[in-house]
Design a protein around this ligand. Sequence first.
Ligand SMILES: N[C@@H](CCC(=O)N[C@@H](CS)C(=O)NCC(=O)O)C(=O)O
Length: 204
Amino acid sequence: MKLYHAPKAVNPERTFHFLKAKGKLDAVEIVEISIMKQEHKTPEYRALSPFSQVPVLILDDGTKITESRAICTYFEDVFSEPNLMGRDGKEKALIEMWDRRIEFMLMLQFATWFRNAHEMMAPLEKPQSAEAAAKGERNAKAFAKRLDAHLAEHEWLAADRFSIADITLYLTCGFCGVMRWKPHREHEALGRWYDTVKAKFAAE
Ligand SMILES: N[C@@H](CCC(=O)N[C@@H](CS)C(=O)NCC(=O)O)C(=O)O
């Protein structure tokens, strides 16, 4: 198995950290791609990823999987422990619910802000839009407040234990630093949760 990974980019980091949480980084060949050098725009890479995005997982039979969550679903199946996506219907649904909320209501909103406002993104986001950036920023910041309220009453995002939803949120919080925004330093419960996840990854 081969995983095309772009360090520091949130979706590839999601699959990478998922694999890390499984303790299986050694089981997969990792190939690094530089998005800033536009290595994902080459004809060779486009043959692997038709939308020119990272990550991509290539299975031993040549099958290409190009969505980060779908790649995690595959890893969950082949590396079943520790379970990160739910053991029964209820856990699976709650974990997926929170993971999708983080993806749509925080990560995508933040990405809209970042891609439309940061000069580094100008070659990739044409044209950039100040209006879209402002809307993304507003939405991301409003959702961070709601997350803080949830985490004030729960140790983990979903199902009372560490899951893929925590991985997605942890990496998204880190990604927000690129706009000098640290939601986990603005909100107390989010900060307590963030430090716990950080310590967990540092110990692995
Ligand atoms: N829905 C896809 C999104 C993948 C994605 O947007 N990857 C970004 C890096 S975080 C990328 O490859 N960007 C390249 C570009 O925008 O040109 C997934 O979850 O894998």
